[in-house]
Design a protein around this ligand. Structure first.
Ligand SMILES: [Zn+2]
Ligand SMILES: [Zn+2]
Length: 168
């Protein structure tokens, strides 16, 4: 997905994109999108500088860390960066990832690396299908969100006691 800098006019430009994960160079093993990814960008062009602000809307297919069920979570992430056309400073380290110098003749700017990075940061560290997910019974594996099982915390499965004896 590219930002066509050549087509932007001075002042504010509103752009919107719809794309699939594969077109963003994101593999399904990294992030599994359950539907297309929608992006809105507003680019403020002032001379040789482009102030880009975007919003990415996506639906992520995740696996609950507690009950291991697959679920879909809608997310919105923000992206913001500035591009400045300056041939003498291209490749210069600005100490700021969100400020980048590009060559004056640049026609288009590849958004994929930034979108990919933003989306990876959006991934929850511990995904939960619901905040109070009850998880799986540690004894029989029943999904406790769906039904209750007859195991209880007090009544430990006798097989575990056997195992404990063997281990001690
Ligand atoms: Zn869950
Ligand atoms: Zn159980």
């Amino acid at each position: 997905m590219k930002l066509i800098l050549k087509e932007l006019k001075n002042g504010i430009n509103h752009l919107s994109f719809k794309t699939e994960g594969v077109d963003l160079d994101i593999k399904p093993e990294e992030i599994d999108f359950s539907s297309e990814v929608k992006m809105k960008f507003s680019v403020l062009k002032v001379g040789n500088s482009f102030n880009c602000q975007g919003e990415i809307k996506a639906r992520l297919k995740l696996e609950c860390a507690r009950c291991l069920t697959e679920y879909v979570q809608p997310v919105i992430s923000k992206i913001e960066f500035i591009l400045e056309m300056d041939d003498e400073k291209v490749g210069m380290d600005t100490q700021d990832d969100d400020y980048q110098f590009i060559a004056k003749e640049t026609i288009s700017y590849d958004l994929n690396p930034r979108v990919r990075e933003t989306m990876i940061l959006t991934l929850p560290i511990k995904p939960l299908c619901q905040e109070d997910c009850k998880g799986l019974c540690q004894f029989c594996g029943t999904n406790l969100n769906e039904k209750t099982c007859s195991c209880s915390k007090e009544m430990v499965d006798p097989r575990w006691n056997k195992l404990k004896e063997l281990l001690s």
